[in-house]
Ligand binder design. Sequence first.
Ligand code: T68
Length: 818
Amino acid sequence: MKTERFDKKLFKQEVLNNLKTQFRVELDNASQQQIYQAVAYALKEWIIEDWMDTQKTYEEKDPKILYYMSMEFLMGRALGNNLINMSMYGEVKEALDELGVDLNAVEDQEPDPALGNGGLGRLAACFLDSLATLGYAAYGCGIRYQYGMFKQKIKDGYQIEVPDEWLKNGNPFELKRPEYAKEVRFGGNIRTEYDEATGRTNFIQENYQSVMAVPFDYPIVGYGNHIVNTLRIWDAEAITDFQLDSFDKGEYDKAVEQKNLAKNIVEVLYPNDNHYEGKELRLKQQYFFVSASLQAAVAKYKKNHDDITKLYEKMTIQMNDTHPTVSVAELMRILMDEEGLGWDEAWEVTTKTCAYTNHTIMAEALEKWPIDLFSKLLPRVYQIVEEIDRRFVNKIREMYPGNEEKVKKMAILWDGQVRMAHMAIAAGYSVNGVAKLHTEILKNQELKDFYQMMPEKFNNKTNGITQRRFLMHGNPLLADWVTKKLGTDTWATDLSLMSGLKKYVDDPKAQKEFMDIKLQNKKRLAKYILEHNGVEVDPTSIFDVQVKRLHEYKRQLMNILHVMYLYNQLKKNPNMKFYPRTFIFGAKAAAGYLRAKQTIKLINSVADKVNNDASIKGKLKVVFIEDYRVSNAEWIFAAADVSEQISTASKEASGTGNMKFMLNGAPTLGTMDGANVEIVDEVGAENAFIFGMSSEEVINYENNGGYHPYEIYQNDKDIHEVLDQLVDGTYANGDPELYKDLYQSLLFGDTGSQADMYFILKDFRSYAEAQKKVEEAYRDTKGWAKMAMTNTAGCGKFSSDRTIQEYVDDIWHLDKIR
Ligand code: T68
């Protein structure tokens, strides 16, 4: 059933049929959820054919395969995206219309698969989309968490975390593959045994616990090319002949333990973004999916190839941050203990197979596992890590004789810890950052010693995003307009064509069309906000948006302090010149991150006060959108006028939201951080609002013990006023304690850390100035339209198709399938 032969009648028939066979209902009595399932199963029939064909082609052509190893895949909903990529969206919409079913409502029934925290997980999802679209053989490898990222409810202004039961109704798109199940072992001890026959030592794990890793496959549909790749995520099942009537206490306990182990491993995604939490269960998760994925990958290779020493010619492993770095040691284990290679041979294969992407320079995000914990959980793997470390340290000493400082800074095992990034760099054949500035900071600051030792490994791969989801699906009005203006829809697979829009940026008719579409999208979002927040917002006001994970370095606090400042101004001068503005926030805070949660509460408190103050006549509105996630993000980007990318310079490795806003015609209000720098390169400084300290200035201050925010507080009366309002009860029903910690952190810092670590007060004035410029620019309707269009026209570089092609050319060297 190929898409060229899409048969509307047949499709409708299938939907009705599915309703009957799955739920025993007629369309008239079916619930929306049942209709969603029926439609999804009908679509799956179409996908399966292409999926099987693709896998057959891969078997025949035997291309090199990429294994993209990631603890997170923030996929978002599949139905609409698959329809887009199969070029069936319009036809299916029509078919459903004829049945009296609204496709939008059906899409809304799909739970938003949220097996990721934020940028890193969403990047993995965009990469899978691009890999399939460009025709490269690739597997995403990860974990099928029972509960993904929590759902966020806001109650009395506070974040409440609610479990994400995304599998509650089953998942029509997944396929269980028990035939590929693999055993994964934890703990116990290693017995060595000399084997006379082979003259080798065998390492035998004893007294271990183990689980069965069972894969579920998800189709990753390429755009318009009939290629369907696979996201393989692993579930855990207990290995046990568990019998309730067993009298053997030892057996019984073990069986229960193994059951619990299986249940716990895949239970839940850790909701920390850019933060390391040394939990044993997390390490179990890492080893669990890495071991299963590598066992499967090696088995697949061996099916068609005899020479295991040539493994790297047919597969490559990309480690998405350090979370899957145990891959290095696990591959060594498989090659030595199971395939019988010696150390040197195994090391050569491993170091030609594994590559590493770094996503952060935040110190608190660096993974350092206590050796105690690591060696107990993974005794054999730890032996291998010790040997990797021993040899690496030798190499350091060879290169820098007598320089023990180097050993201290670079060793893998140090101070009772396993430093995962060091292992990834020592073993990886490539180390990349995710934006130009980020890679430079890695090379010249954070990983300087490694760069000096192995400069050839380091390279930059600036992130990207998929235009299929974030324009075609999220903003169909603009997508159609772009196609009309360019006279082609091939920008769907070649985003550089967007530059063809540049010739329209001064054309009044095109400007009007563009801004009309923006207005439609703002109305769509306003309706969503009214329905979900009960707040009425004016679609003709400036939609100023900051949506991303809540983190101090991202500085949502600076944004809301600035709103408080504006409100003070408006109260003092009711007639001041002020263009109506709606500040929109969306963010989840890690459950244990108190300061982040206080910031959410503060935003909601300010919203409450400001939105209900009739005296300012609705000129200023603040909205906190509950449960920010991929599905509502698509609408938010489409409706934004201003893209807030205001991280402390040097802290945001890249950012990818910035690119999604740009694509949808929202200029960046931001610092010279991450990929903002490259966005400005593309559109020109006159089409962005840049403010604040540079990364050099920030790093300089940091190296010299920080700065003195108290001086700013004393000398700037507006800032003084705003800060005092944090502790005089203005936004806390008179409670001076509620925001005291935020206040303290800005003026005095915590014990052991600098005051205002993220330079909020230092950047505040320059931020406020930039915000003024935004307002002035927006008043100039034509000028603004031109700026917005220039952003859309300049977004070509930021397609994940470009990023993936660079990974292929410089790192992976995959074969293209046509
Ligand atoms: C993000 N990192 C970067 N980490 O912050 C962002 N961390 O600048 C970049 O654009 C993006 O990666 C893609 O490269 C994250 O999202 C995490 O989510 C994370 C999760 C677990 C542990 C540590």
